[in-house]
Design a protein around this ligand. Structure first.
Ligand SMILES: NC(=O)c1ccc[n+]([C@@H]2O[C@H](COP(=O)([O-])OP(=O)(O)OC[C@H]3O[C@@H](n4cnc5c(N)ncnc54)[C@H](O)[C@@H]3O)[C@@H](O)[C@H]2O)c1
Ligand SMILES: Cc1c(CN(C)C(=O)CCc2cnc3c(c2)CCC(=O)N3)oc2ccccc12
Length: 264
């Protein structure tokens, strides 16, 4: 317990199971002394989340579908009854119709475009509205993005457009909330085998490609993401806001691998 988060408390949204990026972040925050609350999506998730919450001594659990503004209001109202103020919020939520995360982006439907943007992007803005009202001075928000926001990743499709919107939303929220000294950042994580990833065909190939083509020659883990999340949510990052921080073994910096370059 390095005490970096001693005396701090906050909400982590988007925990599904012990493979979740949210779980990697929750473990590191808890080890650093933070007090946590979890929100999850629906009864099915509750069964998986409760044992994890018990493992970290987390007593506050909220069922919150972030596409339901009433549920968001209820969650933050109930949280405020127990904790008048919070120091951080983690948003680890993204969703699209998996049938449109294959094939071509040009074939994206209006319904799925709107649903994907609502759940994967607007929900972070809606959370920011509610969290900012109960955040201590110096509070911090964190969301999760992916390289598909910056460059085309085959079949990431409308999720890539959503993550681009999410990363720009982080910049606009950082400006609005900076006046209250609330910091807003994103982690752009490399591919990790989670529940959300398990619905994706060829995910093994994506993992292998990243392993072979990243400077560290490995995939990242939820613990890599957790460590960077702890930093961004702690006072160590007191001067960092509006930032999308890559935790991807350096994959995003590669233009061409040296071993692929012709002998020039
Ligand atoms: N796994 C990866 O390769 C990877 C890489 C970079 C970024 N991300 C992002 O990390 C975040 C967490 O995803 P993960 O990979 O840990 O998978 P995950 O399936 O463990 O987490 C996704 C969570 O989103 C929640 N969710 C979906 N729709 C919701 C709704 N309407 N209301 C409330 N919650 C809802 C799910 O319940 C789940 O808990 C997502 O934003 C994802 O886009 C994932
Ligand atoms: C990497 C990578 C991911 C992981 N990642 C970064 C993600 O952000 C997960 C995105 C995602 C969003 N919605 C759903 C699913 C995954 C599958 C299950 C489902 O029903 N809906 O997803 C991909 C989809 C296509 C190509 C690469 C990837």
């Amino acid at each position: 317990m390095n005490g970096l988060m001693a005396g701090k408390r906050g909400l982590i949204m988007g925990l599904a199971n012990d493979k979740s990026l949210a779980w990697g972040i929750a473990k590191k925050l808890s080890e650093a002394g933070a007090e946590l609350a979890f929100s999850y999506q629906g009864e099915t998730m509750e069964k998986r989340v409760r044992p994890l919450a018990e493992q970290l001594g987390v007593a506050r659990l909220f069922d919150c579908d972030v596409s339901d503004m009433g549920a968001l209001d209820a969650t933050f109202d109930k949280l405020a009854e127990e904790w008048p103020t919070i120091d951080f919020v983690v948003h680890a939520i993204g969703f699209s119709d998996k049938n449109e995360l294959r094939g071509r982006f040009v074939d994206t439907s209006l319904d799925n475009f709107l649903m994907t943007m609502n759940i994967s992007v607007y929900s972070f803005v809606a959370v920011a509205q509610r969290a900012a009202k109960m955040m201590t001075e110096g509070g911090a928000m964190l969301t999760l993005s992916y390289y598909g926001a910056e460059k085309v990743i085959p079949h990431y499709n409308v999720m890539g457009v959503a993550k681009a919107a999410l990363e720009t939303s982080v910049q606009y929220l950082a400006v609005d909330l900076g006046r209250d000294n609330i910091r807003v950042n994103a982690i752009s994580a490399g591919p990790i085998k989670t529940l959300a990833a398990s619905g994706i065909g060829d995910f093994r190939l994506i993992l292998k490609w990243n392993e072979l083509n990243s400077p560290l020659k490995r995939n990242v883990t939820i613990d890599d993401v957790g460590g960077a999340g702890l930093y961004l949510l702690s006072d160590l990052a007191s001067g960092v806001t509006g930032e999308t921080h890559h935790v991807d073994a350096g994959y995003n910096v590669i233009g061409m691998k040296a071993e692929d370059a012709p002998d020039i």
